[in-house]
Design a protein around this ligand. Structure first.
Ligand code: URA
Length: 276
């Protein structure tokens, strides 16, 4: 049975994940926190006081300092990466593999791309979208005039979904349960980065971020919002690998042109007319 102290520490540690970096506490709570801190400093033994301290003085020692709270986007992402590593909600399911694959690209990107989950190659290289689907994504970005390092690439699920002990290169999409378990992480990444525009790569990302169960075909070509940020749903690059048709490529490219427009990027005549 966890103690009140353990529950409090756990609850407070999870707050930054929800974007909350400060909490107001009353004098009694400050006094309790101070007591815990002094006990911890005293090797776990309760400290005897001759005179109770003023709550004001207690506040000065119990309140986290500025330096303790992640401030910059880089610090927030580093903190999130560490949290994701031991993310209990995901680990508790027992259906996801052990190693965590976080995200890649610029913390200051205007464009965030969200896929479904790492696969074999991503798990091996500890980076999202580095396998065949990743190569297709890199080509699409290049056609837009963007390099991977200029955008932020992440996944809705941070662990490769498990297919049992015999699993080698095969991959599977994450289940609704697995998506829900990892969702607070990508939501916190979005809060930290505040991109101008988000692309959901495939239906799994749209299901997680937007709560849409509809087909990609019925969602693409429109704008939605995630935390107030314009969000476009398009086909997953692996769909293009399976269906290398002009119409599928044109659909993705139309979505990318809309994204470029939203980002205020210059669109050349050649780019405008790729599929005309
Ligand atoms: N597919 C995804 O959705 N994400 C990856 O990182 C790789 C393949």
């Amino acid at each position: 049975m966890p103690t009140l102290k353990q529950l409090t520490v756990e609850a407070l540690s999870n707050l930054p994940m929800q974007g909350i970096t400060s909490v107001g506490i009353d004098a009694e709570a400050r006094a309790i926190l101070r007591e815990w801190m002094l006990t911890a400093r005293n090797g776990g033994k309760a400290v005897q006081h001759s005179t109770p301290k003023e709550p004001q003085a207690a506040a000065a020692t119990a309140t986290p300092t500025h330096a303790d709270v992640p401030q910059t986007v880089e610090e927030k992402l580093a903190w999130l990466r560490e949290k994701a590593q031991g993310w209990k909600a995901a680990r508790a399911l027992g259906t996801l593999r052990d190693s965590m694959v976080f995200a890649t690209g610029s913390p200051h990107a205007q464009l965030m791309l969200v896929g479904e989950a790492p696969g074999y190659e991503e798990e091996l290289q500890q980076e999202p979208f580095v396998g065949p689907a990743g190569q297709k994504l890199t080509q699409i970005l290049a056609a837009m005039g963007l390099q991977r390092a200029q955008v932020y690439i992440s996944n809705i699920c941070k662990f490769r979904p498990s297919m049992g002990p015999q699993q080698h290169t095969a991959n599977r999409a994450p289940s609704d349960e697995e998506i829900a378990a990892c969702l607070p992480i990508i939501q916190a990444e979005i809060r930290a980065i505040r991109p101008t525009c988000i692309i959901c790569l495939g239906g799994t990302a749209a299901r997680g971020l937007l709560g849409h169960a509809a087909s990609v075909a019925s969602q693409r070509g429109k704008w939605f919002e995630t935390q107030g940020i314009p969000t476009r749903v398009t086909y997953h690059p692996s769909y293009l690998l399976r269906n290398d048709t002009i119409s599928a490529r044109r659909a993705v490219w139309e979505d990318m042109l809309a994204v470029m427009h939203k980002l205020g990027m210059t669109i050349t005549e050649k780019q405008q007319n790729y599929f005309r």
